[in-house]
Design a protein around this ligand. Structure first.
Ligand code: TGC
Ligand code: FAD
Length: 392
């Protein structure tokens, strides 16, 4: 990819709403993305390889457990700092943000919230430092949008459980050291458990031929009579609300992350349009291209304001699941629209790896699908405002 010339748009002076700590955290992440992600990400995506070289850097900028207390190795930051880190990482690539989201919100969060002290001590510091990478197994071949129907099961064998079933579309699965897995017990109650790589009967085949999130590894989790020690069960919450609670935290991070992808597409299109001469003038001087750019910056600004307010509510413990769902849906949809328009501004150059736009656009097709599809999030808002469930 050509040199990373990114300049972040801040049309409504949102930096004034951020604390000194927020700005420091944001700028450190921004600088790291320029230095460590931008130079290697295009090739990683082209080769469909997860760039392992970024793991230690992600840990250093606090992307593994930003809001997990320092006593467990986390960065002990607030929710706005967490969001800003996700924004900056996804400005580089949604797949890199995925790795951080899964590690923080889908692996560290459930161990922190639902685990016992021994589990927290055993896993959290290693996850925070990047020594361990984790994955989260909820989706199954027959149960995506309705995880409550899951078929993966645990059977109580006295001194251990036996785990059987399969999970599909799991980010980080091919190399994860541990998996937080959701399975039903004999009473049909959903339990969370920690499965470790190397346990007999546990395999993680990689999913190939993706056109999206190519720099993030995706795979299956297959459990064939895996013996799970009882101490690996997360004791402090069960039922579908337990995995959905983790999704709240991850969806919140995605709402911020999508702004990063949109900002990168907008910034690239703005710069290109001022430099590209057609009919003896820059295409930025044509009404049609200005309309696209004006709409982009408007939608980015609205998303920034929505997300900042959500961060304040989250810091106060007042953000609802439905508010988080709305921000995830709105911001990813906004970013996809901007990516498609920005690609057109670049003409043929927009389809090449010389620029980041096409990669963002392809990545966002996964982001609009995972953590609840756009449709499911519409139904969550519909349920919240009418009180009538339309899923079933
Ligand atoms: P429903 O009956 O509505 O709810 C079951 C229980 O859960 C509670 N609940 C929540 N709790 C916390 N946070 C939320 N967001 C919650 N939403 C619901 C609810 O109160 C209830 O509790 P209780 O105590 O009464 O039992 O459940 P449902 O079966 O009707 O389903 C609702 C629905 C469709 C909204 C839900 O299943 C859903 O969100 N589906 C989408 C599935 C999804 O998002 N999967 C994501 C998989 S992980 C992933 O994609 C990672 S990508 C990672 C990356 O690379 O970044
Ligand atoms: P389906 O549920 O089969 O949906 C298909 C279509 O039907 C969608 O358009 C959907 O909106 C629509 N639909 C479904 N139900 C309804 C309804 N009631 N009303 C109207 N329309 C409906 N999962 C994990 O557990 N962990 C991970 O780490 C993870 N990482 C992922 C990484 C990638 C790259 C991708 C693509 C997915 C990942 N997922 C992960 C899975 C993801 O969460 C699911 O793909 C998602 O929840 C949708 O499930 P599905 O693909 O089975 O689609």
């Amino acid at each position: 990819m050509s040199q990373d010339l990114f300049q972040a748009p801040d049309y409504y002076q949102l930096d004034d709403l951020l604390s000194e700590e927020h700005l420091l955290v944001r700028d450190a992440a921004r600088e790291w993305v320029k230095r460590a992600v931008s130079p290697i990400i295009e090739q990683a995506a082209q080769e469909a390889k997860f760039p392992t070289s970024i793991i230690s850097g992600l840990a250093e900028i606090g992307a593994f457990g930003p809001y997990i207390p320092e006593e467990y190795g986390g960065a002990g930051l607030d929710q706005i700092s967490y969001g800003l880190i996700m924004q900056e990482i996804e400005r580089g690539d949604s797949g890199v943000r995925s790795t951080a989201s899964v590690q923080s919100s889908l692996v560290m969060y459930p161990i922190w919230k639902y685990g016992n002290e021994a589990q927290k001590q055993k896993y959290l510091p290693k996850l925070a430092s990047g020594e361990f990478l984790g994955c989260f197994g909820l989706t199954e071949p027959n149960h995506g949008s309705n995880p409550g129907g899951m078929e993966t099961k645990i059977k109580d064998m006295g001194d251990h459980y036996l785990l059987n079933g399969a999970k599909m579309w799991i980010s980080n699965a091919p190399f994860a050291d541990i998996a937080v897995v959701w399975a039903k017990n004999e009473e049909g109650r959903i339990k969370g458990l920690i499965v470790e790589r190397g346990m007999e009967g546990f395999t993680t085949p990689e999913t190939h031929n993706k056109w999206s999130l190519r720099a993030s590894a995706t795979g299956e989790l297959i459990f064939d009579n895996v013996k799970i020690p009882k101490e690996n069960i997360l004791p402090n919450k069960d039922g579908l609300g337990a995995p959905l609670g983790c999704l709240d935290s991850a969806r919140y991070g995605i709402a911020w992350g999508a702004i990063g992808a949109a900002m990168d597409c907008y910034d690239t299109a703005l710069r290109y349009s001022k430099e590209r001469i057609q009919f003896d003038k820059p295409i930025a001087g044509t009404q049609l291209q200005q309309k696209k750019l004006a709409e982009m910056i408007t939608e980015i600004t609205k998303a920034q304001l929505l997300t900042w307010r959500l961060g304040v509510l989250k810091n106060e413990g007042r953000a609802t699941s439905a508010q988080i769902s709305m921000a995830k849906r709105n911001n990813v949809d906004m970013a996809l629209t901007i990516a498609r328009d920005a690609r057109q501004v670049l003409g043929a150059m927009g389809i090449t790896g010389e620029y980041s736009i096409m990669r963002h656009m392809m990545n966002l097709e996964s982001v609009v699908t995972y953590e609840g599809t756009h449709d499911i999030h519409l139904l969550i808002t519909g349920f919240d405002i009418t009180g009538i469930q339309a899923f079933k």
